[in-house]
Design a protein around this ligand. Structure first.
Ligand code: 5GP
Length: 191
């Protein structure tokens, strides 16, 4: 009977920080849905975000075997997907499942799970801001940075299709807003 909490945003909008914050609140009973990806492992862990790293070949096989709830070529030749087995086992264990996925993937999950899911769009204060964040993260080379920024501009258009839009201008406020959205949806009193 668990529910699904979907966090989507352009790369660099700060959704990972918010997801991590929520995972630290035991009362919310959340577990993180670990995605599969064919992208290269970063040489150092910036966000501490976990993936199942697959080769493109392994990823294609799983697509063929219909093992994904949703999958996407998020960037050229970089596939990301949510595994059915992952979501099912977390729900079975009695947890609410939280997702950190891109904007289209988030909307696809929302379509599939309907009222069992809350889809939250994390909005950066500005594109300039995003660029700075991606720069200081310094996990991207110039090409990747450009690719991510271009995608981000397009993704901002999708915000109105989400259940909630969370403006991430000041982190402490954004964390509080995230707590309120999620606890309200789950019917949990955090006081
Ligand atoms: P990164 O390479 O920065 O970890 O992730 C790139 C983008 O892919 C982020 O927006 C991230 O949220 C998204 N992403 C991660 N896992 C999935 C997934 O399973 N499905 C989809 N559609 N996007 C994902």
């Amino acid at each position: 009977h668990g529910k699904l909490i979907i966090f989507s945003a352009p790369s660099g909008a700060g959704k990972t920080t918010l997801v991590r914050h929520l995972l630290e609140i035991p009362a919310l009973n959340l577990a993180f849905s670990v995605s599969a990806t064919s992208r290269e492992k970063r040489s150092y862990v910036v966000e501490g975000k976990d993936y199942f790293f697959l080769t493109t070949d392994e990823f294609s096989k799983k697509i063929k075997n219909v093992e994904f709830v949703e999958w996407e070529e998020v960037y050229q030749n970089q596939y990301y997907g949510t595994l059915k087995s992952e979501v099912d086992s977390l729900l079975k264990s009695g947890k609410n499942v939280i997702f950190d996925i891109d904007v289209e993937g988030g909307l696809n999950l929302k379509k599939i799970y309907g009222s069992k899911a809350l889809a939250i769009f994390v909005k950066p204060p500005s594109i300039k801001h995003l660029e700075q964040r991606l720069n200081t993260r310094s996990s991207e080379d110039e090409e990747s940075l450009k690719m991510r920024l271009e995608k981000a501009v397009a993704e901002l258009e999708y915000a109105p299709q989400f259940d909630k839009v969370l403006l991430n201008d000041r982190l402490e406020r954004a964390k509080k807003d995230a707590e309120v959205f999620v606890s309200d949806f789950l019917g949990i009193n955090l006081e």
